[in-house]
Structures are given as structure tokens and as C-alpha cells.
Design a protein around this ligand. Sequence first.
Ligand code: HEC
Length: 172
Amino acid sequence: MRNGNTISLGLGPGLAALSLLAACSRPAAPGGAEGAASGAAPTATSAPTDADRKAILATLPAAYQGADLDNGQSKIALCKACHTLNKGGEAAVGPNLWGVFGRKAGSAPGFAYSDGMKALGGAWDADRINTWISKPSAMVPGTKMTYAGMESPKDRIDVVAYLKVITTAPAK
Ligand code: HEC
């Protein structure tokens, strides 16, 4: 069972609400007419089904398709100290990252980016985020993302793949 919301770093009401949602949408209904199969996933935005995950992963470059999402989920806790990942999540120390793939750098509404980030241009994709988190200050001198960087290439692959899965709306 997925438990993306249990790595709670005190991110506040957004996650609490999501956990509630998840709780509400999983009624223990032993005699229920439908949805008895545990695979009948709730529609909370942060809980893609395994099929959703596979479909979303398939849109990434080959290097990411075999990613270890469990490791990504574990390592992304570092990022969640500063970022919310859910749809409509609040900006925190860093901008909300829902929909960040394909989004122009420095363009999340309601976040005061550094001048360097505002000037960066171009959209985020997997490889670019991978390079970014390897050493943010190398891509954007003077960046407000005061994170030294993730050294392990494998961890970066896993984090980027998990980030894609968790910040992308499943295709209907
Ligand atoms: C110490 C807080 C902090 C941590 C930890 C952190 N970030 Fe950030 N992040 C920021 C800030 C602040 C910005 C805005 C940077 C700027 O304006 O220069 C940012 C920007 C970003 C952006 C660009 C977003 C946009 O809208 O253009 C991405 C992508 C990103 N971070 C991903 C990550 C990932 C993935 C991790 C974990 C590996 C991570 N961040 C860890 C604070 C953080």
C-alpha cells in the first residue's frame, strides 16, 4: 500500500488534509457492493495507482524507467523539507512542485524566486531536474535553494522518477 503521506515533516494542513481524504476514501466496507478489491484506488490526487505510475514513468527517458520508486520516495523526504508536492500545495521555503515537469523555470505563482532563477528560462524536464539537484548553485549562481546537492546518480534518478509520478496528474 502506498503511504506517501506518512513521511510527514510537519508540512502542515495540506498533508493533514490529504491524509484525511485518503482515510475517508477507504471506508472499511466488508460487505460493500463495489470497491471491495483493494486495488480500487481512491481518487486523491496524490495517490496514483500502480498502472498510473507505470504509464507516467513510460513518458520519461529510458534511464528513468527502471527507477526504484521506493528509494525515490524515501530520498525525496529531503526535498519535502522545503517543497510541497501536492496539487494546490502551498509554497514553503521553496515553490510547490506539482506540475513542475514541463513548467517554465521560476514560474510557480506566488513564489519569490531568486533573480538567477527568474532569468534561467526554459522548462524543467527529467534530465534538467537531475542536473539541478546534483548541485543547484552550479546551475543558478545565487539560487535561494540552499541545498548542496545529491551526490548519488542512482538516488537522483530515483528521486526524479518519483517526483514525476507524484506531481503529474494520471491520464484519464
Ligand atoms: C533548503 C530548502 C530546499 C531543499 C532541501 C530543496 N529545495 Fe528545491 N528549491 C528551494 C528554493 C528556495 C527554490 C527556489 C530557487 C530560486 O529561486 O533560486 C527551489 C527550486 C526548486 C526547483 C525549481 C522550481 C521552479 O518552479 O522553477 C526544483 C525543480 C526543485 N527546487 C526541486 C528540488 C528537489 C527535487 C529537491 C530534493 C532533492 C529540492 N528541491 C530540495 C528550496 C529547497
